[in-house]
Design a protein around this ligand. Structure first.
Ligand code: SAM
Length: 217
């Protein structure tokens, strides 16, 4: 990735919002310093791209808070040989971060215009190891399975069964699980047919709409 403007803002975002809250993986910190979040945030909100907050990206959807992107990335323990599945491409920012850490990223988005935005944003930063799929991510994407990591970036009432099935042995999945208003981050790790489960802090995401998520309102 070429050097992008506003690097000083990114450096202070990482120092004050991410490293100071306990994210230690140097590769994740480096990716967050490098990927130009302001290119993933539509005007006029791009002004605030390095603030400690989610921001609107259109169609009632959001780009997640930088710290939450870093935290979810750390929970799946990305390795250079991994294939990672993301549900909810949104702006493409989470995928751009992942693209610097793993071999291949597949991201699913249900809204076509949002997927087009993610495609344009990812092309602008030359993230050419990211594949965007349009569809219901609660069903996963069997052609790319099994996945070493799965990140669900929308609120789900429970972890969709097809996604658990598509997780590799030893693979990790992170998702905001709860009701439509408040959720907690849940991390699963697969051991054969068993899944260990960790629960982390409270979060707020837009709903996951689909067969194994919520109904559209
Ligand atoms: N990861 C994104 C980013 O980096 O900008 C933020 C994602 S945004 C919080 C949640 C996204 O999930 C929205 O774009 C929404 O349209 C999408 N979404 C909701 N339900 C979905 C589903 N069943 N399959 C795929 N995408 C879904």
């Amino acid at each position: 990735m070429p050097p992008y403007p506003r690097s000083e803002e990114r450096r202070s975002m990482v120092d004050l919002q991410i490293e100071s809250r306990g994210i230690r993986n140097p590769k994740i910190l480096a990716a967050m310093r490098e990927v130009p979040r302001h290119l993933f945030v539509p005007s006029p909100y791009d002004r605030d791209a390095y603030a400690d907050a989610p921001l609107p990206i259109g169609n009632g959807q959001t780009i997640s808070q930088p710290y939450i992107v870093a935290l979810m990335t750390e929970f799946i323990r990305p390795a250079p040989t991994d294939t990672v599945l993301e549900i909810g491409a949104g702006s493409g920012y989470q995928s751009a971060i992942l693209s610097m850490l793993v071999r291949k990223v597949i991201t699913i988005e249900r809204i076509e215009t949002v997927a087009a935005l993610a495609r344009a944003n990812l092309a602008a930063v030359y993230a050419d190891n990211v594949e965007i799929v349009i569809g219901d991510g609660t069903l996963g994407y069997p052609p790319g399975a099994p996945y070493d990591g799965i990140i669900i970036t929308a609120a789900t009432p429970e972890i969709p069964g097809p996604l658990k099935e598509q997780l590799a042995e030893g693979g990790r999945l992170v998702a905001p699980v709860g009701d439509r208003i408040l959720q907690e981050l849940v991390v699963l790790e697969r051991h054969g047919d068993r899944f260990t489960e960790e629960h982390h802090g409270g979060v707020r995401f837009v709903p996951l709409i689909g067969e194994y998520g919520w109904e559209e309102e």
